[in-house]
Design a protein around this ligand. Structure first.
Ligand SMILES: [Zn+2]
Length: 221
């Protein structure tokens, strides 16, 4: 079994959405060995920091919050699609060739994974791509940008996906990951009432990744 950590490392200098200084995490040591027998620290950060999950409340006023998430939605088989060639936005036409199936969990590997600083021109999922995923009835979609959409006036991508109860994962790091099937562990922190939460995201590959995985993407370990 091979475990890939596809999580962004949280630190004060990390990339944050639109490079907004208010969104930078603040890490503070509150006790250390100079005057204490223990080391303790505190972290203040936006819920959408680094690799994180968006819940419906992010864009829907009565939407569900993160502590209610059924973990079978994010501890599950998944498929990484290599969309490194996409320059700007992922459209429905880019997704059709992959023959995406109902209930699949799909992670987009794009050129976003190759950079560690915020790129205002990051690759995102266009609304027509989101609508296709809704029609197909997928379980979850993940992307390696800090947002799944960028400067869309009506937030159509978020609203389409969240309105259809599709889980959104943002901020994945997929540079080292090849296209194919994996087992995903993407449990967000259990924070009451929150519209989003950071996570440690893992992709697990069986020693023989070809064994049956093409036939049944919902592999079990
Ligand atoms: Zn978010």
């Amino acid at each position: 079994m091979i475990i890939y950590d596809v999580t962004m490392t949280i630190h004060e200098g990390m990339q944050v959405y639109k490079n907004n200084p208010e969104k930078k995490p603040e890490y503070k040591v509150t006790r250390d060995f100079k005057d204490s027998p223990a080391h303790e620290s505190r972290l203040a950060m936006d819920m959408h920091t680094g690799t994180h999950l968006d819940m419906p409340l992010h864009f829907l006023p009565d939407g569900q919050t993160v502590e209610t998430l059924d973990l079978t939605r994010v501890v599950t088989g998944c498929r990484v699609l290599d969309l490194s060639h996409v320059e700007d936005a992922i459209h429905a036409d880019d997704l059709v060739p992959f023959n995406i199936q109902p209930d699949e969990t799909i992670l987009f590997k794009t050129r976003n994974s190759a950079v560690n600083q915020f790129d205002p021109g990051f690759v995102y999922l266009a609304e027509d791509g989101a609508k296709l995923l809704v029609e197909l009835g997928i379980n979850c979609v993940g992307i390696d940008g800090l947002g799944i959409e960028r400067s869309q006036a009506n937030y159509g991508t978020h609203k389409s996906l969240l309105g259809a109860d599709i889980v959104i994962i943002e901020g994945l790091r997929l540079q080292e990951i090849n296209q194919g099937y994996y087992f995903l562990v993407a449990a967000p922190l259990k924070i009451a009432g929150a519209e989003a939460a950071p996570m440690r995201a893992l992709l697990i590959e069986r020693d023989n990744p070809n064994a049956a995985s093409d036939e049944n993407p919902l592999i079990s370990l």
